[in-house]
Ligand binder design. Sequence first.
Ligand SMILES: [Zn+2]
Length: 235
Amino acid sequence: MQYIKKGVKPPDEWENWFTVPVDPDPRRTYDYGRDATACNIKEVKQYLLAEQHNLCAYCQRYIVEKDSSVEHVMPKQYNKERSTCYTNLVAVCKTPNKDPLTGRDHCDRDKGSLPITPFIFLENNDVNLAQNTNNAYFTANPDGTILPRVGLKDNINKQVEAFIDTLNLNHSDLKTSRSQDYLNGIVAAMNLLNLQTKQQKKDFWKAQFAAIVADNSRPYRQYLLIVIARILGAQ
Ligand SMILES: [Zn+2]
């Protein structure tokens, strides 16, 4: 549920990264996972990680090269050409991490080849939307849970539910990390300040919101923005 702001076009090197240098006719690869001669997926991954400020496109954990993978949002079985398309590829976490409660992983490892509605992409690359709280589709609770926003049309609600479930975004570790980031970070800081008035508290939350908006590499960024927006909305 991290919004990904894609460039208007892929980097100049993109086509080269997916071209297998076979003499005399270099060819395009559409299955670089099995195509041993195509070795430039490393560059693709590095580019995507930088574009996403090292946040997983699905769960917003902080990721680096060794614990991430290049993910096809639309699985390659459904559309071969899209398998190397810039607008279909994102970096996501891949480390095995079984939830003790359900035995499930999350993100790429749990999604496999299932299709999802790509809620992570910005419509028309609208930066202003990214500055906001996501929040046509999702809501979130202080305990780390992510849910479909209340009041969605039934067919959209089903797609958001499927998105959350297919990626297992409420994996117990993700929930714990998100809520600890909120409670031990932001709420703890507020308590230390010992703010007295309603206005002081409101100003505090506004400042937190602005700081997170300004920090593209803040893990669980959209989650925190949604939770803080709810607090501000209730005040
Ligand atoms: Zn993830």
